[in-house]
Design a protein around this ligand. Sequence first.
Ligand code: HEC
Ligand code: HEC
Length: 355
Amino acid sequence: MMSPDDSVVKLIRSLKLLTGLLAVVFGLFSVFLLVVLFGKPEPGPDQAAGEKLTETKTADIARLMPWKGPSESDLSKLTPAEQQMVRYGKELIVHTSDYLGPKGSVKHLSNGMNCQNCHLDAGTKPWGNNYFAVEATYPKFRARSGKIESQAKRINDCFERSLNGKGLDEQSNEMRALLAYMKWLGTGVPPKQAPDGIGIYKMNDLDRAADPVAGKAVYEQKCQSCHQPAGEGMLASDEIHYLFPPLWGKHSYNTGAGLYRISNLAGYVKANMPLGASYDAPQLIDGQAWDVAAFINSMPRPRKDLSKDWPNPADKPFDHPFGPYADPFSEKQHKYGPFNPIKDWQKRHKNLDAR
Ligand code: HEC
Ligand code: HEC
């Protein structure tokens, strides 16, 4: 038999248990509500500043589930003629210079680099600048040109800037193959959506300017063995394609390329370099990635006439290194940072515009 005291204690205990349970249920429900309202919490570039947070950020990002892309069995659902175009498109991404480089078998349009040098694993690596969102998000408005851009225009942008060459004829077999490949890679991605792992890894801001001198030391330690002391890379024995692509000099990307913005270069390097690094197993801390990017982009490279870019200067990203700007910051600060004051200024003035 229980004494009355015992049953009071028991009652209190079960009440405690009940409130505890209620708190847990309520907590879970609020998280669910927040996720529904605001989307999956993702570490954004504005969320954290400083180098100490690198490890947290890396752990956060390892929990994301990057999009995997289609499988070979998806390919077999296409007609044989379509399959052939997809395979040729992939071949052009992987071995661009064999077909379209200075000694290319089809045309001589580009600088000898391959698309895959920057769009890793044929454009399928998570945060390796992959192509999974291309089919779902183009045509789209891009502030750089001030126009709605088709996929073909965007592809030719990389030919003209990243491969410092000329664009493909939009009706050519090669362009149609590249488009077929992009379309296939986009299998299953809902329209207008960019799944996790797309494009380039977004870096945490530094609270200082990126430092080309410190970056040179990182380069000598971690990059030079492959990309060579003068950044020229190394050609294979056939002299048609690179074993290690150039990072600066006359055979590298030009000043209009995406990687000429150091946030892009740092993000690419952080998630992919030295060769073998990945977003969930990076080999550099954030400061090293920013500094080596500053060093690489301080070295000489081909220039592109950019006078037609960014018809509205207020749309220039914080790290676009060429004026005129809508804000009072110098070209030097736009190139190397610190970027937080620029971002704050841009935020304040966007708000004013919106009013
Ligand atoms: C030197 C590096 C480099 C090379 C080589 C390169 N690209 Fe790019 N590409 C980039 C960068 C950087 C971006 C912009 C990524 C961003 O802003 O997130 C990009 C973006 C793109 C996009 C848009 C992706 C999107 O989701 O919006 C396409 C399409 C593309 N490249 C195609 C190509 C093709 C085709 C080739 C080969 C002919 C090529 N690229 C070669 C660096 C390169
Ligand atoms: C073990 C050799 C190796 C090391 C070390 C290495 N890379 Fe690379 N890097 C490569 C190869 C190979 C590619 C092209 C990948 C492909 O085509 O699949 C590449 C591509 C690149 C690219 C894009 C293509 C280009 O030429 O612009 C950049 C940028 C880059 N590396 C930067 C770096 C930086 C910075 C470091 C040092 C932190 C580094 N790499 C260390 C082998 C290396």
